[in-house]
Ligand binder design. Sequence first.
Ligand SMILES: [Ca+2]
Ligand SMILES: [Ca+2]
Ligand SMILES: [Ca+2]
Length: 144
Amino acid sequence: MEKFVAFVCLLGFALSVVVDFRPYDHSAELLFNGSDFNHDGIFSRDELEQEFKKYDADGDGRVSRHEYTTYVTTTTPELHDFAHALYDDYDVTGDHHLDHVDYDQYYAKLDADVDGSVTRAEFVDYWVKLFQATEHLHGHGHHG
Ligand SMILES: [Ca+2]
Ligand SMILES: [Ca+2]
Ligand SMILES: [Ca+2]
């Protein structure tokens, strides 16, 4: 019985090891810093394309769902469900491939004031909302 309890505790511990992005504005800032390659305070359309190129494992110019989720879960298996949710967000046309059409439309989603460039504030704002909306996929839920 003692062993059983110990096992349950261990299992509970394993399940509680999830990636915590809170505080979300901080995580969003870090994401921005990692995506603003030339550090000019703007996440440009080119930088978006550079970012997605990293996921294009077979180099065919498109990022399949498999390529993206494999890229994420190779380093962080806990983010399997979150990776799929993010892919759904990127895949604006919903055809399970990310290409320049999706990049254009995704960029437009980030560009809240529609001036053609995505500032740090716009980027952070978008991601904070996304982290909040997907909290059940990556957060501690009500236990944290
Ligand atoms: Ca930039
Ligand atoms: Ca590809
Ligand atoms: Ca803007």
